[in-house]
Write a protein that binds this ligand. Structure first.
Ligand SMILES: Nc1ncnc2c1ncn2[C@@H]1O[C@H](COP(=O)(O)OP(=O)(O)OP(=O)(O)O)[C@@H](O)[C@H]1O
Ligand SMILES: O=C(O)C1=C[C@@H](O)[C@@H](O)[C@H](O)C1
Ligand SMILES: [Mg+2]
Length: 169
């Protein structure tokens, strides 16, 4: 069945895509879907294990397929993995969609991801890695976003409420 998401969420690790996405979907009364969870379900193992067993390139291949499938078939809120915007194919696929960038600055992102457990790219030195990832990706999130919502110092419910208001026709 063909459908399109009411809202696609992008942002750095710890920006709250999964947490805010679930709150937003509940507020709108629609389903929530997360490409990271789709990939784990398809692969039958956690993302951290995919990185160890098959490598990041293989993960990115699975991610491009999960992004394309989600954009083509999910009618609710769709959260993308933090690195999905790195692929030109994914950025092109997002054109024409309602894409909200959950922006976060380094201090809040570090607090939220903690020691980076379950996030293979952040396993070593989470603060320095996050700083680098965020600098590299900020222009890419801005490129695909149709709106940017600030998340620092705000609760997931407040953020979801702002996005829900933005989505009203
Ligand atoms: N606005 C917020 N305020 C405080 N804590 C938050 C906020 N948003 C998310 N968190 C917490 O930060 C952690 C990371 O959030 P979440 O997993 O939703 O981020 P994400 O953007 O989906 O990350 P990833 O890219 O790794 O999937 C969780 O423990 C969550 O409870
Ligand atoms: O920032 C990233 O590159 C990633 C973020 C997560 O959502 C997962 O998609 C994976 O751990 C890679
Ligand atoms: Mg997530």
């Amino acid at each position: 069945m063909s459908a399109r998401p009411v809202c696609v969420l992008v942002g750095a690790p710890g920006s709250g895509k999964t947490t805010v996405g679930q709150a937003l979907a509940a507020a709108l009364g629609v389903e929530f879907r997360d490409t990271d969870a789709d990939i784990e379900q398809l692969a039958g193992k956690p993302i951290a294990e995919i990185f160890v067993d098959e490598g990041e390139e293989h993960f990115r291949t699975l991610e491009r397929a999960a992004v394309a499938a989600g954009l083509a078939s999910h009618a609710g809120v769709l959260a993308l993995g933090g690195g999905a915007v790195l692929a030109e194919e994914n950025r092109a696929a997002l054109i024409g969609h309602t894409v909200v960038h959950l922006s976060v600055e380094l201090p809040d992102a570090v607090k939220r991801v903690g020691l980076g457990s379950g996030r293979p790219l952040l396993a070593l030195n989470p603060r320095a890695t996050l700083k680098h990832l965020m600098e590299q990706r900020r222009p890419l999130y801005a490129e695909v976003a149709t709106a940017t919502v600030l998340t620092d110092g705000r609760t997931p419910e407040e953020i979801a409420g702002e996005i829900a208001a933005l989505l009203k026709p």
